[in-house]
Every structure is written in structure tokens, then in C-alpha cells.
Design a protein around this ligand. Sequence first.
Ligand code: HEM
Length: 430
Amino acid sequence: MLDLHNRYGAIVRIAPNELSYVDAQAWKDIYLNPLLERNGVWFRKLSPAEPWSIMGSHEADHARFRRAYMGAFSDQAIKQHSQLLESYVDVMMQKFTDMGAEGSLALNIIDWFNFITFDISGDLCFGESFGSTATGQQHPWVEIACSFGKGIALIASLNFFSPLHKALKYILPTNIRQRAIYHRELSAKKVQQRLELGETRNDFITTLLNYNESKAQPVTIKEMELNSSIMVFAASETTSTAMAAIIFGLLQNPAALHSVTQEIRSAFQSEDEVTVSSTMTLDYLNAAINEGIRLGPPSAVSVPRVVPKEGAIICGQAVPAGTFVGINQYPTFRSPQNFSQPSQFIPERFLEGSNFDDDKDSFHPFLMGRHQCIGIRFAWAEMRLILARLLYVYDISFVSEPNVKDWGAQQTFIFWQKMPMEIRLSKRQR
Ligand code: HEM
């Protein structure tokens, strides 16, 4: 898609009925226009009896779910979740020590970012983690969920052929259908178990139950089950991918790795000072996170929006009703129209007062508007904490040259098909 935009410009018709944009103005025209809704292709109900989800195209239910979850994502709530985040990072760092990282240790960091982010989201969505960080073993459910991006992409592709999709779904490989069902069933069981606990834990289920106490239109158990199955994934795969892209960029750019490591190490006297709140003001780390996400955006492609019956003006041009429109993040964030040296990892461009010739208004990795990622603050807290703890304690390097020189050389089927990234952790010498 990047090639297409580079060749044909800021607006490209990528399917008979779909336009892709890379222009900053399109963010406002598409995502801030209340009349443009998510198309129903990507997150269609599996059966008519199934409720809508927070990712679905039913606007009233979407707004109700947002209100119900909002209590878990305020500044106050993030402060309350800090301890939980820090305790999982403690487990990871202890595990590295146990595995021999007092000296030096080689591991696939992609796995470890998955372990910790899924453990945290499991804890918040289901009241218990998957136990992966403590054991160093991928929970089978997480493995299935991570490889499911291709399945969602395939299902979404079949949905394009509505109403034929009902027949076409039978050509879906059995394992994809089984995975979808297993994922839903296990999530539902875990929510049931959490509800049976009856405890007031500091988690998303408590947030939903608190919301229900005062509302005429509560979130039903079925809706909790479905939304938890989405939330557990939205909260983890994205954050894990972002951290992998950031580490990849840093390792390929020794000067940037040096700058970020120096910043972290000079800000703290000891490891226990590295917390959710104390890492907020690390400017270079914040810039490196933005730059890693720019080059490897976890949401590389967009869930298209549909132009309403009135039509819409996007980037100054009239677009007819029914057209699918969207900003695809990967080509947008790498477009020479928006960023100078677009494929280079240069965190400095995100530092206050930088004078790079960049159009930062084109950079919204968490989206804009009413569907903007609900977990932004949470994701930032998690990424800063994990990366800062890692780099405070360890010098990091590639074990061997990675298979790809550019993050973007990997495939994406909604989620990036990330290759293993073997890195060496060497305890820093003081
Ligand atoms: C670096 C990490 C993350 C990135 C880049 C990211 C990105 C996004 C994007 C682009 C969307 C909009 C999807 C669309 O409508 O087209 C989204 C939605 C969402 N994200 Fe995130 N996300 C991240 C982390 C998180 C975390 C940590 C959570 C929860 C704790 C979360 C929960 C959600 C939810 C529930 C939605 C649906 C919101 C709605 O439709 O109103 N995300 N995210």
C-alpha cells in the first residue's frame, strides 16, 4: 500500500469500493465525522443472537460500552493499576535473573513481550493471568490468539462478498473456525469464573459491575463475555507489537539506543525507582516509543468507515455514499509527504522543538474521535515501564543479525507476523 500511495498520491482506490488516504486532513474528515460509521465487514456478529461488541458497528451499543469501561481508563484508574503493572514487571525481571541474566542471557524478546502483556490483560479482563511470565511458557490460548490475525483477515475478506459469505464461510479452514470458537468459549468461561469469585478486584469486570449498579441499560453477562474476549487481545497484542518495533528500531540505531539508555540510567539511582509515574517524563524514551510505533504501527491497516447516504467531503473531494474509506497507518506514517527520511528511525523528530520537516498531524496511531483507542494511557504506562526497567538493568544487543533489516519487511494480516527477535541481555556494569 505504501508503494501504491508513493506512486499514485495521497488518495488511492485500493478496491472497487474503497479509498485509502495518507493525508492528515483525512483523519479529521473521516474519524471526527459522526456520520461515518465502522463498516460491518470486519467485526460482524457470528450469529444473530450474539450481542454487539465495543469493536462493532452498532453506534449506540458502542457508546454504552465506552461509558461502561471508561472508569478503568481515567488518570486515577491508571494510578491504581500502576502497582499491578509494576508487579508483573518484577516477575519478568526476576525470571530473567533466574534464567541466568546475572551475566548474560539470550532470548526471543517477542515471546516475553507477549507473555507479560497477555498476563496483564488476562489479570484485568478475567481476574487471573495466564501465568506465562512466571513460567516462561506461552499459554496455548495466547498462542492461538496471536496467530489468529490471519483468521480475522480471512473472515473479513469473506464478509466482503455478502450475502455469499454465509456459504463461503464453509470454505474457511477448519482450524480457523475452531480457533475462533475456542477463543470465544474460553473467554466466556473465564468471565464466568471471575464473576463467581464475587470479589471486588481492581479489574475491568469490577469497573463494569460498578457501572451496572447505577444504569438502566446495564452491560449483560453475554456482552461482558464478548467484550472481554476482545479487550484481552486489544490490550496486549498491540502493546507487545509496539514494544517489539521500538526495540528493533533501537537495536538498529546504536546512537538512539545509547541516548535512551543514558536518559533512563541517569534519571534513577536504583531499579525500584523506575515506576509508572517516574517514567512519564523521560522525553527521549517517549520519543523513541513514538518513532517505533511510527515505523511499525500495531494497527497497520484500518477498519474502514462507510460514507453515509448524504455523501461526505474528504480532503476537499466529494465521496459518494457507501464508499469504504480509511487511513491506513503504515503508508501514512511512512509517506514522504508526511515525514522526512520516512523509513529512518529518528526519535529526535518527536522531541519538543525539533525542526524536522514532518507533519505530525498525520500521526494518530491510536486513532481520533469516538472510536479512539480507549487504552492509550494504559498502553503508554505499560510500554514506558517495561522498556525503562529493561534498559535500566540490561545492555541489549542482537544475538545475530535479524532476518529483516526493516520492520516493514514483515507481513501483516491485521496483526504483524512477527519474526522471532533473539536478543542478548547483559547485566550492565556499573
Ligand atoms: C500500543 C498499543 C496500542 C495501540 C497502537 C492501539 C491502537 C488502537 C486503535 C488504532 C484502535 C481503533 C481501531 C478502529 O476503530 O479502527 C484501538 C481501539 C481500541 N483499543 Fe487500542 N491500542 C493499543 C493498546 C490498547 C490497550 C492497552 C487497550 C486496553 C487496555 C486497548 C483497548 C482498545 C479498545 C477496547 C478499542 C476499541 C475502542 C472503541 O472502539 O471505542 N488498546 N486501539
